[in-house]
Design a protein. Structure first.
Ligand code: GLA
Length: 746
């Protein structure tokens, strides 16, 4: 077993291949965090926290009042905080008893260690495919209010990943009210740390920002009812010297898609505390006696090997322990989506002409985007009415699907199940199915309201509507969109004192609907989307092996979006397409080759009318698809390395196959210079003693000038030469030229 309990010291030690996590029950039965970091063996580390009297402003527990400083909750590292008990740092919990007393103080009562992974009622969480996980469940009680706290830990030793969650149960006789219930507290008592987080906005998601911690609290959060474009529920705490290749760093990824909050506090004594969980604003959960509340999971890791190692751990873990779709590791089709080609303005003929041209060039699936149903010629109306718009598609979907199939393509379709337009039959029939505040006109985003998925009847209705769609048509793929953030949170069936549960119950409803549909239709490939990457999180990956990364398809902007996304999420999860040039979002031009190089750092597909291309361009597309299919395994299932970031002159990344025998380097120069500093790069992840041959070297968008680069063709080098001396690229000209280099081990 990799989880040990030492009865002498009352210490729990969790070992993974390269990390150790340790906690202890103190003499007063309170739980302390002792250590998380590089693997240290089983020594008990309670000596790290000698008693120090800090005076009256960091009070002691009542029982330790005379042993001043021995056990102050305000000073010692905690595993999960109490409430209103003298720990003045950011807390996990706010709870109120029937007499109005707001407080909690937990004591350890029991623990359980077993093989396997815990599951969480109603919430997606990591699974244990290879029977490698071990679980520790610690039970703590506050006997005064009858609140039980269970802290759940599963460790995946080989992956160096620890998953945590918390469950609160009312074991008392009166109702308890939770105003905050975080999933975890992680105290890092020593060291200087920087916060690396991923912020952004619609069409510019997951921009990395790295800052030294300030004293006090810094928050990464969303109150939008979605994990959001604006802050991803994933952060890294790294030592100041940490870079891609070396240095200490912790990762924390919340497995939740709704409003959340991650606080990092640097306290007055140099301790760094991270708490993470559901956002406490608009949250109030009533626990009747016997009821439990489960806080979502957090995926924790630590490495001393830098950011690339940390990212690769998340990539691997999400693919093998979170994504459940059978398509995760399988070869997925190269698709063409009609959205940027036609927007709402299409006919059957138009779709067929796009499909026909795409099929001729090697595309494998056509996706019909928004506008195929109800009264939907723009975004003013129609959401909720999932009957085919026969004016656009006479005879329904099946005749179209048949024709698409005859071209040798599979068929996929766009849906937005969680929404309703006021101008729809569904809304007219069930106005109370939308989230709206009584007596107020709701805020309207994209002319749509949010269906109340906290209600079982609404979830059941949607289950039936979309099951019918999938039962009655041969649909191979679903793009599941969600195009506004949540306001006016109020459910018309929930009692007044439970309205604070609506936004989380909404998420539970979304997960229930997703669970039902993905389980009933396992052969359908589901892609997530929320106005691009507005809900790009680990919980969504449990249902969607891929998520549309951004509504911004401009290659230069995608470089930064995909780069930021790669810190936490795998290439195989990033929906990415080649679109038209000049780009529709920025007006900027980019060569066709560069657009494809960038889209190949993702699931790869097209989103333009291929009929508008010249014959030369069509041949180029044919070759891109051939190239992508040839290197599919390497790109989608290989290890991903960031070689040069978008703030450098050249953006460079590399894939290495799982068996180290192949590598693909991709490079884009967003703005070439006259008399440039040469783009030099060192490869990573190769075998130093092996020899590699550059089998394929391609340059795109170089304005007819073929650089003199003979030394890059058909050359052989040792892995050591490639990794330690590196390669230098010739000068590239043009608007955002790019290159790809494919190497094979001899
Ligand atoms: C969102 C998606 C787009 C497209 C439109 C359709 O913005 O991100 O890709 O599907 O909706 O309305």
């Amino acid at each position: 077993m990799s989880i040990f309990y030492d009865d002498q010291t009352k210490t729990f030690t969790l070992q993974t291949a390269q990390t150790t996590y340790q906690l202890q029950v103190d003499p007063w039965a309170r739980l302390l965090h002792l250590y998380y970091g590089r693997r240290i063996g089983d020594d008990c580390m309670d000596g790290l926290y000698p008693a120090m009297d800090r005076g009256g402003f960091s009070p002691d527990y009542y029982e330790t009042a005379l042993q001043r400083g021995a056990a102050s909750p305000d000073i010692r590292p905690q595993e999960y905080t109490g409430f209103n008990n003298g720990d003045f740092r950011v807390g996990c919990l706010e709870v109120t008893a029937p007499d109005g007393a707001a407080g909690a103080d937990f004591r350890y009562t029991a623990h359980r260690i077993y093989r396997g992974k815990y599951t969480l009622e109603g919430l997606p969480s990591a699974y244990d495919a290879d029977q490698e996980a071990e679980t520790l469940i610690l039970t703590l009680e506050d006997p005064v209010i009858g609140l039980r706290l269970e802290l759940l830990y599963s460790i995946f030793s080989r992956q160096d990943m620890i998953t945590r969650a918390a469950r609160l149960t009312n074991c008392g006789v009166g109702d308890l009210v939770l105003d905050k219930a975080a999933s975890i507290c992680l105290d890092i008592p020593f060291g200087k740390w920087e916060l690396l987080h991923f912020h952004g906005r619609h069409a510019m998601e997951r921009q990395p920002e790295r800052r030294p911690l300030m004293n006090g609290i810094q928050t990464v959060s969303s109150k939008r009812g979605a994990s959001s474009h604006h802050h991803n529920p994933f952060l890294i705490l790294c030592a100041p010297q940490t870079n891609e290749d070396a240095g200490d760093c912790f990762g924390a990824m919340l497995v939740y898609s709704g409003s959340y909050r991650m606080d990092v506090e640097l306290d007055s004594l140099g301790l760094t505390r991270l708490t993470a969980g559901i956002h406490d604003e608009l949250f109030r959960w009533k626990l009747h006696p016997g009821e439990s509340f489960t806080a979502p999971e957090v995926l924790l890791t630590f490495t001393h090997r830098g950011l690339t190692a940390l990212s690769q751990r998340y990539h691997h873990f999400l693919r093998y322990h979170m994504c459940r779709s059978k398509f995760t590791l399988a070869r997925r089709p190269v698709l063409i989506n009609n959205w940027e080609a036609t927007f709402f303005n299409f006919t059957t003929e138009k779709i067929l002409s796009i499909a026909e041209q795409a099929a001729a060039l090697g595309v494998e699936m056509l996706v019909l985007d928004d506008g195929w149903f109800g009264k939907r010629d723009d975004d003013l109306s129609g959401l909720g009415d999932w009957q085919v718009n026969e004016r656009k598609l006479p005879g329904g979907l099946n005749p179209l699907i048949e024709k698409i199939h005859r071209m040798g393509l599979r068929f996929g379709i766009w849906i937005e199940p969680e929404m309703v337009c006021e101008d729809s039959d569904l809304y007219r029939a069930h106005p109370d199915w939308a989230l709206t505040l009584p007596g107020r006109k709701p805020a309207v985003g994209r002319c749509q309201l949010i269906l109340d998925l906290s209600r079982d009847d609404v979830v059941d209705y949607l289950t039936e509507v979309f099951s019918k769609l999938l039962r009655e048509h041969e649909i191979a793929y679903i793009k599941w969109d969600m195009n506004r953030n949540m306001s006016d949170v109020y459910s018309h069936t929930m009692p007044a004192d439970r309205q604070g549960e609506v936004s989380h119950r909404y998420m539970l409803g979304v997960y229930k609907l997703l669970e039902r549909l993905t389980t009933a239709f396992p052969d359908v490939l589901f892609e997530g989307c929320a106005g691009g990457g507005g809900r790009f999180d680990a919980a969504m990956l449990a249902y969607f092996p891929q998520i549309w990364c951004s509504d911004d398809t401009d290659a230069a902007e995608r470089l930064t979006i995909q780069h930021g996304t790669s810190f936490g999420y795998p290439i195989s999860a990033m929906g990415s397409h080649v679109s038209v040039s000049p780009n529709q979002q920025t007006g900027r031009s980019a060569p066709l080759g560069t657009r494809a190089v960038v889209a190949m750092a993702g699931t790869f597909g097209y989103e333009l009318d291929l009929n508008t291309l010249t014959e030369d361009e069509k041949n180029e597309v044919r070759e891109q698809i051939r190239f992508f299919k040839t290197h599919y395994e390497l790109i989608q299932n290989g290890s991903y390395y960031r070689l040069a970031a978008p703030d450098e002159d050249a953006v460079i990344w590399q894939f290495v196959s799982q068996d180290d025998t192949e590598a693909l380097v991709s490079l884009v120069l967003p703005q070439p210079h006259a008399n440039p500093i040469p783009a030099h790069f060192a490869l990573k992840g190769l075998e130093a003693d092996a020899r590699y041959r550059i089998e394929d070297f391609r340059i795109y968008g170089c304005r007819g000038q073929t650089p003199r680069a003979a030394w890059l063709f058909e050359r052989e080098y040792s892995g050591a030469a490639l990794m330690y001396a590196g390669l230098t690229l010739p000068q590239l000209f043009g608007d955002a030229p790019s290159a790809q280099l494919y190497l094979k081990k001899l």
